[in-house]
Design a protein around this ligand. Structure first.
Ligand code: NOJ
Length: 762
């Protein structure tokens, strides 16, 4: 295979819209122990740095959690006793900020102390985990990813930023951009799923949404793409576990969404808890300095993850606290959150000569630069205006957006004999399952400041949609993980008396998210017993799944007439589901994760490397396969039905041989063959046929959203250049080789007939 000499290093583009605040030239810097790159000095920051004591420097690198620190009972009479320690720390310049604070008035009072009482008046920064909305909950990120809609993700992130900044938050620890290929991992729910291309597009959209066009604006929320890096590859899907990731796979799969997020302007990142090949991320200089700063020219700050510098000791990677702090700072982890170890140990480490002041200065510079970029020095009270609590939280347009995002996140897996949509009148419906009237599991995991009361339940949504025509029987039938006394009997009776059964079953919110990995990615047995019993009644049955991951589905679900993924849809859950159930909105979501046939197939993802003995579907058992099940997905990545039917014509290419500077046009005709309007998400997949690293069977390279009226046909077109054909080579450099490729435009990752073309060396 010829090398085209066209290399595409990741660090090409510059974050243009930050030019005003961070327009500095990157220069090489070779002192040992100092970050590989440094920026040309900002005189304001340099002057400040010169005046800082080592304690104040360590303070700028130290953030504490705000939960449990006490309340400001009354700004005039003073704080609760516990809070006084924090206020003293602020006055002495021993804190850079707080995270997960829930009192904007207190935040403002703290800022006043920082600015007016501390020696240098350096403003605090307030961070929080605002993952999928603050008081208005949007779908969990994985659910929102099912929209395959970057514009939607940008809009929900913007709306989130408006609420969060009204609440006193200036920095969100989001988006999570970990690529997750093992559904046992609970944190699959926080990211965009298994595909790096989709993950990258949604990562950059979310960053743009959070930060807006001007980082200094009162409603701009600093983004923190996390967890850097390889966290999604924890072995066995067990949270916090070790990850063994070859450098090639790291660069091909796990790093691209981070790079996309930084190119979109994200100015912070969080080191992940896991180790990669034996080096915990918080102490991983190759990741935090070599790649991030050296290769990519990242000029933001790196924050540890909740005391992860201390965990270097637990890993057996550091001998004691001081050693852990030394290793984290040396690796390029600028700020410690939660444990206070930087404040405790940096001064002594510098005084003893082990840690060079220049290294600490560089970390402090990064923190101050970010604070400056956010406009905090000019306006320390930005995003600390209690008046905005009344105007910007749960605005009607934000709540409407939550409903839009909710319905766009819904994926229709199956709809035999067009059971859905249900008619709005004339049929009695049994609403069965533990989530039908439940608000607690509507929002989903990772809502730090939830407004549970505002969640719309399924029953509420259905009643609202049907009005006076509602003819409903409601039965919980079961608890989430435990049977309910008499539950199944009541549910069966409700099903017998109804024309249609809608069963709302799946996982509770706390079954996914941080620390919530599962061995069996199944619906809990108590609910499966319920589903089996209700299915035996023999009524047409719609299964609504609530889940934070792809699940193994029991037979009674597989055999139901209609099966719908509803993830955790947030505040407007019930309304969004009712919109789809009764056809006010036709489903258009697509799976961002592959549904396996059996849990034991994990890790399971469509874009796996091709084996030497491929056995993709049926056939004699000689290939890479299990004895029990086909290797194909039950529902593949990209799958999702609407209420109409659609066909794809053959994929056509503009030329069979493409010169290296040429552009290949790829087209297919997509036709709505049904009687309803249809929203199609056409997907372009690429295969590199021969390479010096075994390539994925298919890799997503583009998506197009199409609105087709009944009977309408449209041509969808994609263009690829040599740059789009680049891959990470064995030497870890990304470049394009001449050779044979295949492309296909298809409705999902398993469909369509790929077409070959050749990229010539000339
Ligand atoms: C630990 C989690 O891993 C991380 O995602 C989160 O941002 C921090 N805790 C702070 O709450």
């Amino acid at each position: 295979m010829d090398n085209l000499n066209a290399t595409f290093p990741f660090n090409r583009s510059r974050r243009a819209f930050l030019a005003g605040s961070l327009a500095v030239t990157t220069i090489g810097f070779s002192l040992p122990g100092i970050a590989a790159t440094r920026t040309v000095a900002d005189p304001f920051i340099e002057r400040l740095l010169k005046r800082m004591t080592i304690e104040e420097k360590a303070g700028q690198l130290t953030m504490n959690g705000a939960q449990g620190i006490g309340r400001l009972v009354n700004p005039d009479t003073g704080p609760e006793p516990g809070l006084q320690t924090t206020l003293n720390d602020i006055a002495q310049g021993r804190l850079t900020g707080l995270f997960n604070a829930d009192d904007v008035k207190l935040g403002r009072a703290m800022q006043k102390i920082a600015v007016e009482k501390s020696r240098l008046g350096i403003p605090l920064i307030f961070a929080a985990d605002i993952i999928h909305g603050l008081k208005t909950a949007f779908p969990v990120p994985l659910g929102e990813a099912a929209s395959f809609d970057a514009d939607l993700c940008a809009r929900t992130a913007r709306a989130t930023a408006i609420e969060a900044t009204a609440f006193g938050v200036q920095w969100t620890f989001a988006p999570a951009v970990d690529i997750a290929r093992d559904q046992r991992w609970g944190r699959v729910v926080e990211g965009a799923g298994e595909d790096p291309w989709l993950g990258s597009r949604l990562a950059e959209a979310r960053v743009r949404g959070f930060q807006g066009g001007d980082l200094r604006a009162d409603d701009s929320l600093l983004a923190c793409p996390k967890h850097f890096a390889g966290y999604g590859a924890v072995q066995g899907g067990m949270d916090y576990n070790t990850a063994d990731i070859p450098e090639t796979t790291l660069r091909e799969v796990h790093l691209p969404p981070f790079k996309a997020a930084f190119d979109a302007g994200a100015l912070s990142t969080m080191a992940s808890f896991n180790d990669t090949g034996g080096v915990p991320s918080t102490g991983n200089r190759h990741l935090l300095t070599g790649i991030l700063r050296g290769e990519w020219g990242f000029r933001g700050l790196v924050v540890s993850d909740f005391n992860s510098e201390k965990e270097l000791i637990d890993h057996g990677y550091a001998a004691d606290e001081a050693d852990a702090v030394y290793k984290a700072v040396m690796a390029g982890c600028d700020m410690s959150i939660q444990g206070g170890l930087y404040l405790k140990h940096i001064p002594a480490l510098v005084k003893s000569g082990r840690l060079k002041m220049a290294v600490v200065d560089e970390a402090v510079r990064r923190v101050l630069r970010v604070k400056k970029a956010l406009g905090l020095f000019e306006n320390p009270y930005r995003s600390l205006d209690p008046a905005r609590l009344d105007t910007d939280i749960r605005r009607p347009d934000t709540v409407a957006l939550a409903r839009e995002a909710g319905r766009k996140a819904i994926v229709l897996l199956k709809n035999d004999r067009s059971l859905l949509p249900l008619p709005k009148s004339g049929k009695s419906i049994a609403l069965i399952g533990p989530f039908v009237t439940d608000k607690n599991n509507a929002l989903g995991p990772w809502m730090v400041f939830p407004d549970m009361k505002s969640a719309v339940t399924l029953e509420q949504g259905v009643r609202e949609a049907l009005g006076a025509n509602a003819n409903l029987a409601v039965a919980a039938g079961s608890g989430v993980e435990r049977p309910l006394a008499g539950g199944i009997e009541a549910a069966v009776a409700a099903a017998r008396g109804a024309d249609v059964v809608v069963l709302y079953v799946g996982e509770a919110a706390n079954m996914s998210g941080e620390g919530a990995s599962r061995v069996d990615i199944t619906i809990p047995k108590a609910q499966v017993d319920l589903i089996d019993a209700v299915a035996a009644v023999g009524k047409p049955m719609v299964i609504l799944l609530k889940h934070g991951r792809a699940l193994e589905l029991p037979n009674s679900v597989r055999n139901a007439q209609a099966v719908v993924c509803t993830w955790f849809l947030g505040s407007e859950s019930g309304n969004a589901i009712a919109d789809v159930l009764f056809g006010d909105f036709a489903p258009q979501g697509r799976l961002p994760v592959s549904f396996p046939r059996r849990a034991g197939q994990q890790p399971f993802y469509y874009n796996h490397r091709v084996t030497g003995r491929p056995s993709l579907t049926e056939g004699p058992p000689v290939g890479a396969r299990y004895r029990e099940v086909s290797t194909s997905a039950l529902y593949p990545f990209g799958h999702g039905l609407g209420y109409s039917t659609v066909t794809y014509g053959a994929t056509e290419i503009s030329q069979a041989r493409v010169p290296k500077n040429g552009t290949l046009s790829i087209k297919a005709r997509v036709t709505n063959t049904g009687t309803r309007k249809h929203h199609e998400v056409a997907q372009l997949y690429l295969r590199i046929k021969v390479a010096d690293i075994v390539q994925p069977l298919r890799a997503l390279k583009g998506i197009r959203h199409l609105e087709l009226a009944a009977g309408e046909s449209a041509e969808v077109e994609f263009a690829l250049t040599a740059r789009d054909l680049a891959y990470v080579h064995a030497d870890t450099v990304t470049r394009t080789d001449a050779g044979v490729f295949e492309v296909v435009i298809a409705p999902d990752a398993a469909a369509g007939q790929p077409v070959p073309f050749v990229l010539t060396g000339a």
